[in-house]
Every structure is written in structure tokens, then in C-alpha cells.
Design a protein around this ligand. Structure first.
Ligand code: SF4
Length: 285
């Protein structure tokens, strides 16, 4: 217990419940996104982030509903645009912890053009992609990470395209923190998210998060996942890329981490009163 002006002050200890909202997640029972939400809340507990210092930004999709269920400032933006919105928010409010979340359709299809540039700018945002290799919200179309040959409503003859490698995309763009977790291993996923939030710069975390309704990959992933060996050098980009390009198996853990010196905490900018007279004068000239 500490004291301020002789008044005893009990430090606030935040629990997972402090990061919940009154809204009940409306995902299908068994959806992997429940575990990702819980892992984010565990990471926030570990770092004791004050909800007033936290913002979460999403695009469109099942997983992009997540800001509604996390006690923080939330922006549920438009399809594929979580990263530009998160970038603008972080630039305007560098004092906030900013998370950008969404799914594989959102980040790797319509929004894919934003990812390499957000990575290059290395703005201090934690990007968590809930990858289920399918479009869930629109009821089961092929996504950029669906396997080749996969039969869906949009590819009844089998997906003709090879899947995109999200981790390789992040690495080749110059990401300084790249990791993969799995919703069935929530403790590790929470730790990876925590590490991403502690990383000074852009952190990219692929969370394998099965869609039980349109492409249930739990059994497949459980057979394919394995932990990245403890002796992996996370500063070795070639080794990281080899893990990123594996397709027969799914390595879990940190692939690449290039620690950055932590910048001094930046205060929130002073709010400037809006000059209505000056603004209106522009239209009179
Ligand atoms: Fe989750 Fe799939 Fe249901 Fe969407 S459709 S909530 S991704 S299980």
C-alpha cells in the first residue's frame, strides 16, 4: 500500500474481468476467437494495462467483432482498413497502447496492401491476425490462406491458388517481431501477445483460430503444430524464414525478434481548442 498526501492508496490490480464488456461474444460455440480474446485479456492482465490507455482497432469479419468485447477504446472500422486506422490513432495518441485485430480475409485480401507498409513504418502497434483460412462472416468462401484445392462455395472445383504465407510476408517486409500462436494453446498465445505488446515497434502475431462452422481445422492443426525449439536464434532472419515457409507443419512461438531500445514514454498531446471562426473564414474568402 502506498500513500499520497497521507491518504492510503491501494494499488489497482486488474483481472481478466476488468477487460470484459457487458456484451457477450456472439461467435459460434467453439470458435477459436474466444480463446484469442481470452489470451489478449491475459496479456493485458500480465502488463496491467489501464483500459483508458488502451485502444483496439478492427476491420470487418467475425474476428473483427472483438473490440466490442474488450474494455478499451474500440474502433470497428471498414473492411481491410484496421491498420491505416490504427496507424493514424497511434500517431495522434502515441501514449495509447494500440492493438489492430482481424481475420485472414481482412488483413490478407482487401487489406493486404496495408500490411507491408505498416511493417515498414515500424509504428508501435501490435497486430493480431485470427487466421481460420476461410471467410466465416460471409459463410464459407475461400480466403487468401485457404489451402490449394480446398472446396468452398466460392471454389466448388477446388481452390486453384496457392495460399499466402503471412509470416513470410511480414518477415520479408522487415517486421521486427513475428510470432505464431494457436487458440488451443492459450497460455502460449497470451505470452506471445504480451511479448508483442512489449516490443518497441510493429509486432505481428498470427493466431491460428479455427472456424468450427465453415472450416473446422482443430484436429488438423493439433496434428501439425509443434513448438519452435528453444535453441532457435530469434535474431536469425534466414532461420525465421524457414519456419515461416513450412507448410506441412505449423511451428509455434517467436520466429523473429529484433529488440529495439524502449523510447521514453510520450505524453498525450495537449488538446487544441478548435478555432471555429478561423475555419469558417476559409469559406468566405
Ligand atoms: Fe467463428 Fe466461423 Fe462462427 Fe465466424 S462463422 S464465429 S469464424 S466459427
Amino acid at each position: 500500500m502506498t500513500t499520497t498526501n497521507s491518504i492510503p492508496v491501494t494499488p489497482v490490480v486488474r483481472k481478466a474481468a476488468d477487460y470484459r464488456t457487458d456484451l457477450k461474444p456472439i461467435w459460434c460455440p467453439g470458435c477459436g476467437d474466444f480463446a484469442v480474446l481470452a489470451a489478449i485479456q491475459q496479456a493485458l492482465v500480465a502488463l496491467q494495462v489501464d483500459p483508458k490507455d488502451l485502444a483496439i482497432v478492427s476491420g470487418i469479419g467475425c474476428s473483427s467483432r472483438l473490440p466490442g468485447f474488450l474494455h478499451a477504446y474500440g474502433l470497428h472500422t471498414v473492411h481491410g482498413r484496421a491498420l491505416p486506422a490504427a496507424t493514424g490513432l497511434k500517431l495522434a495518441r502515441p501514449d495509447l497502447t494500440v492493438l489492430a485485430v482481424g481475420g485472414d480475409g481482412d488483413f490478407f485480401s482487401i487489406g493486404v496492401g496495408h500490411l507491408p507498409h505498416a511493417v515498414r513504418r515500424d509504428i508501435n502497434i501490435t497486430c493480431i491476425v485470427m487466421d481460420n483460412e476461410i471467410y466465416g462472416l460471409t459463410k464459407g468462401q475461400t480466403s487468401p490462406t485457404s489451402p490449394q484445392g480446398h472446396v468452398t462455395k466460392s471454389t466448388p472445383g477446388g481452390n486453384p491458388a496457392a495460399p499466402l504465407h503471412p509470416l513470410a510476408l511480414a518477415l520479408s517486409s522487415g517486421a521486427t517481431f513475428v510470432a505464431r500462436g494457436f487458440s488451443s494453446q492459450p497460455k502460449q498465445l497470451a505470452e506471445l501477445i504480451k511479448m508483442g505488446m512489449q516490443h518497441e515497434g510493429f509486432s505481428f502475431i498470427q493466431a491460428m483460430s479455427p472456424c468450427v462452422t465453415f472450416y473446422d481445422t482443430y484436429k488438423l492443426y493439433k496434428e501439425k503444430v509443434y513448438p519452435i525449439p528453444a535453441d532457435h536464434d530469434v535474431r536469425d532472419p534466414d532461420a525465421a524464414m524457414r519456419y515461416a515457409l513450412e507448410s506441412e507443419r505449423l511451428p509455434l512461438g517467436v520466429l523473429y525478434h529484433e529488440p529495439r531500445p524502449r523510447a521514453a514514454a510520450q505524453p498525450a498531446p495537449e488538446p487544441k481548442p478548435f478555432d471555429t471562426a478561423a475555419y469558417l473564414a476559409r469559406f468566405k474568402a
